[in-house]
Design a protein around this ligand. Sequence first.
Ligand SMILES: Cc1cc2nc3c(=O)[nH]c(=O)nc-3n(C[C@H](O)[C@H](O)[C@H](O)COP(=O)(O)O)c2cc1C
Length: 365
Amino acid sequence: MTATHLAVERPPDAGEALVRAPLYIGQVRCDPPVILAPMAAVTNPPFRILCRELGAGLVVTEMISARGLAEGSRRSLEMLDVRPSERPVCVQVFGADADDLARAAVVVERAGADMIDINMGCPMKKVVKSGHGAALLREPRKVFEVVQAMTRAVSIPVTAKIRAGWEESNAVDVARAIEDAGGAAVTIHARTRGAMFEGHPDLGEIAALKAAVSIPVIGNGDVRDVASAREMLALTGCDAVMVARGCMGYPWIFRELAASLRGEVIPSAPTLDERRGLLLRHIDLYVETYGERITCLQIRKHLLWYFRDTPGERVIKERMEGLWLIAQVKGAVDEALGACMAPGLRFARGLDSHPNRRQLPRAQG
Ligand SMILES: Cc1cc2nc3c(=O)[nH]c(=O)nc-3n(C[C@H](O)[C@H](O)[C@H](O)COP(=O)(O)O)c2cc1C
């Protein structure tokens, strides 16, 4: 345990309903305080729109290069595709140069985003070797400089997403630097960079941040269902929860969390008809955004996630190489759903580990 840790003891009502009021980040209303996490190659407009429709109070884009935005790179500007139907939406950028980040923030604000977030948590080698992502955690002074440059450049709220630290915890120092520089909120993925995506998140880190800063603290790490969200809220006092792997293939988690935080009856898991409706809508949103060819390629991984650990997964795998037309994709969805008609069949909920990991541990129910 580090000096900044707070002991978190399970209060008697940790399993009971935990109702939360909408959260304001600056002027931006996040209702309910349940947020779709930024995920590279996942949280594009179609997925973000679905998650908002299912109840997420705020959605965050994939990370976009601040230098790319500042210099007008076509690829970066294409990724900066925010729609009125998904608002409130936060655009996440990565970078380490204060001037790039300030210029990128202006581009993001002009694009109609409600908020901008800087990535201080990505652990991947190709990101940290340029001083971006989690590498910033090693330099709280630099954190102050880049956040200040951004807050001075725009009027929308500037937030940061951090980890507990690089190898050792220093999240409190980093969060204070963010607050002092005018940051409007801080999200903490409660693992160090060294831990990558392994092991349990350390809820004590989130509680320590909540006690140390007065801006909203958003907790992140292993929120997979209503129970884990309630536990994080109750044990840490954080102002909102952020969900990443728990919604991959299971975006319905947002309607469950939304109902729970509003004190409403938690809806049951989706029926096969509801699943079909959502999958077809996901495909249609994808086609509207990217056209048929890209949809046929990119939707495949989503289909595998939707059918993970069911007989439908095998159907999708067998048909995978032949999915070149939307009609074929929709046909595969129907065939996979048909394979899942057995009474009592249970679908998995979200992913258990990073999808780039080869061996995915299997979760039940
Ligand atoms: C496929 C994938 C892509 C991710 N991309 C980003 C990203 O672009 N920016 C970021 O800050 N975090 C990214 N993350 C980290 C998540 O936002 C989140 O912090 C992490 O997965 C822990 O939350 P979870 O336990 O709910 O998955 C990514 C995670 C996954 C699984």
